[in-house]
Design a protein around this ligand. Structure first.
Ligand SMILES: Nc1ncnc2c1ncn2[C@@H]1O[C@H](COP(=O)(O)OP(=O)(O)OP(=O)(O)O)[C@@H](O)[C@H]1O
Length: 621
């Protein structure tokens, strides 16, 4: 069959452009990426052969990776005898990127952040890194169990060609035609060094072939089977890079062997950087499952709950049967026990780090706190343990604090843990609903993650103190003893009967637009604010839902009025006169609209607001 020419998916072309033009430093990591892929391909075949031993014919069961430099041809060849790829696989795997969110991610890094290794590291360039050093790459491959081989060729500039190849061996052979100036990757010494540095942990032999001589370069034993004392931090890090397709430093490394009722080894990592797709709706976990050192799957959702999906690494079980199918993994009681064990270990490691002043827990919290908080309502049994791990910015402290710290600082007479939620800390701090709390020195948690709208419903109390949103329900601050002297400086409130008249006039003007109008103790500098009634959808949640087109109804809110504010005191006096309700109608609307603007709401009738405001200014001016 003749050669076919095909185009890369647009995302691949973009990625290739980045790889070639932006990633200058650390070019040698291309070899790690290719060896890592080769090792994965051998793992996949080893697993498939458990149930289909025929797949091993024509290539054997001794898996290995050959690295062969050719100084005359100026090529570097990386060959494996793994699962291989057929025509469709070559097109799908090396011509497209299936990961969702890729396009958006690439757009993000082609701008100012171009060349930011950390950013691109979150994505992982994998196979395409070959083009950092090669001007042309050939992939010759035959898939295990198939007769037809294929040759894929590309210069990485938008197109690739495909042709049949009768001589292709089982597995994949990558021939890199090196660019000018990349001869260091033909040097045996250098290659040996790179393999040692980056791929020593690979469980199969990586063999350097020089002048016809073969030399195994790596230790070729799975890293997690070695004793902890024999593994260096560098080796852990390289293994993490391999297993997580990541570039960052692991924030935490956990290597342990569970013995007793169930036996398994866990080598787990918590990244220091947020993977770009951590909030993808599929919420998939990423641990790889091995049974007695044979790779089984990297898509086993039973292994970890979604709220720990940031954890990377492997689990190697001694007890599961080797021929376990992916279907059998569902609802498997042994696996459920492993999961319980893993969750326990991870949470206790987090606890340890949180209690260790040098543990840099703040970094973890700012990276993955929002994910961990999902556990507050998803893991009923562990929610109090998770709650202890949570940290919150507050009106008093920019450094996030624990609830234990919050409770220890509560004021005399304070019965609840107060919270307020919104999009942005700085905007939140200016919320009128907080004024009374701030004046009395009562600390309020500032919640800015979307998830914060959900978990508080699952947490009835912490140390018997209920959580209470300050924008919801009435706030009776009179029972709480505030900071010294705070009370005395406040002006007198308007007289009770005058306030009653004003409230009646405002209610009349606004009608069903508000659920209630009442006098409030929580306001200091602002004349009015809005709060949600007890049991109604909160203000911020409603806004979030509207932004996501999940709701377009607005629940009527309660308008709270500050009886000590000079403006309100004057209006209250006016409200006592005959016919005042009519005269105050516009003012009532202006106050209401003002409260909505402060909430960050878009006014449903901005023209009416502008008209009333102009009218009012006319009188003043
Ligand atoms: N040596 C190989 N043998 C067989 N398949 C390969 C080989 N190298 C790459 N592939 C296939 O090409 C795909 C894309 O490789 P690439 O390195 O771009 O992605 P990756 O980061 O390894 O992705 P993944 O996490 O899915 O493995 C791989 O997932 C694999 O299916």
């Amino acid at each position: 069959m003749a050669e076919e020419k095909l185009s890369f998916q647009a995302e691949v072309s973009k990625l290739l452009d980045l790889v070639v033009h932006s990633l200058y430093s650390n070019k040698e990591i291309f070899l790690r990426e290719l060896i890592s892929n080769a090792s994965d391909a051998c793992d996949k075949l080893r697993y498939a052969a458990l149930t289909q031993p025929d797949l091993l014919s024509g290539g054997g069961g001794d898996f290995r990776i050959l690295v062969t430099p050719d100084k005359t041809a100026r090529t570097l060849t990386v060959a494996d005898n793994g699962i291989g790829m057929n025509r469709e696989d070559l097109i799908d795997n090396l011509g497209t990127i299936a990961r969702s969110g890729t396009a958006a991610f690439l757009d993000q890094i082609t701008g100012e952040a171009k060349g930011d290794m950390n950013l691109i590291g979150q994505f992982g360039v994998g196979f395409y890194s070959a083009f950092m050093v090669a001007e042309k790459v050939e992939v010759i491959s035959r898939k295990a169990g198939e007769d037809q081989g294929w040759r894929w060729t590309s210069d990485g500039k938008g197109e690739f060609t495909l042709a049949e190849d009768a001589d292709a061996q089982r597995g994949a052979t990558l021939i890199l035609h090196l660019r000018e100036g990349e001869d260091e990757f033909l040097d045996g010494h250098r290659l040996r060094n790179i393999v040692k540095t980056y791929s020593d942990h690979i469980a199969l032999p990586v063999v350097l072939v020089e002048d016809g001589k073969e030399e195994a370069v790596n230790s070729a034993s799975a890293l997690w089977t070695r004793a902890k004392s024999e593994i260096t931090p560098e080796q852990y890090k390289e293994f993490y890079h391999h297993v997580a397709h990541a570039f960052d430093e692991p924030w935490a490394t956990l290597h342990y062997k569970a013995e007793g009722a169930i036996e398994y080894t866990g080598l787990l990592f918590i990244p220091s950087q947020k993977p770009f797709d951590i909030f993808h709706p599929d919420r998939k976990q990423h641990l790889k499952l091995y049974v007695k050192r044979v790779f089984i799957t990297d898509t086993c959702d039973e292994l970890l709950p979604p709220y720990l999906r940031f954890v990377r690494g492997i689990v190697d079980s001694q007890d599961l049967p080797l021929n376990i199918s992916r279907e059998m993994l569902q609802h498997n009681p042994l696996l459920a026990k492993i999961r319980t064990g893993l969750v326990k270990r991870i949470l206790s490691e987090l606890k340890k780090k949180a209690e260790d002043a040098d543990g840099d827990y703040a970094t973890f919290w700012s990276t993955f706190g929002a994910v961990l908080k999902e556990g507050l309502y998803e893991d009923f049994e562990r929610k109090s343990e998770i709650l202890d791990l949570c940290r919150f910015a507050t009106t008093v402290s920019d450094e996030p604090i624990s609830l234990a710290t919050y409770v220890s600082r509560m004021k005399e007479g304070q019965e609840a843990i107060y919270t307020i939620s919104g999009d942005d800390i700085e905007a939140l701090k200016k919320s009128p609903q907080l004024e009374g709390f701030i004046a009395k020195g009562i600390e309020v948690l500032l919640l800015t993650d979307p998830i914060d709208e959900f978990w508080p419903n699952a947490i009835t109390a912490y140390q018997e103190k209920p959580l209470r949103a300050v924008t919801q329900g009435a706030a009776d601050l009179s029972a709480i003893k505030g900071a010294e002297g705070a009370e005395e400086t406040r002006p007198e409130p308007a007289a009770g009967d005058a306030m009653a008249s004003l409230i009646a006039a405002v209610k009349l003007a606004l009608g069903e637009q508000v659920k209630d109008v009442r006098s409030s103790d929580r306001l200091i500098d602002s004349p009015v604010c809005l709060v949600a009634d007890e049991g109604d959808v909160g203000l911020h949640l409603e806004r979030l839902l509207r932004q996501h087109q999940q709701a377009n109804q607005r629940a009527p809110r309660i308008l709270e009025i500050n009886p000590r504010h000079p403006l309100i005191r004057r209006l209250a006096e006016e409200a006592k006169a005959d016919g005042a309700a009519d005269r105050l109608a516009d003012t009532a609307w202006l106050l209401f609209d003002q409260a909505r603007i402060v909430e960050g709401e878009v006014l449903p009738d901005p023209a009416a607001f502008a008209r009333r405001l102009s009218k009012m200014l006319e009188k003043v001016g």
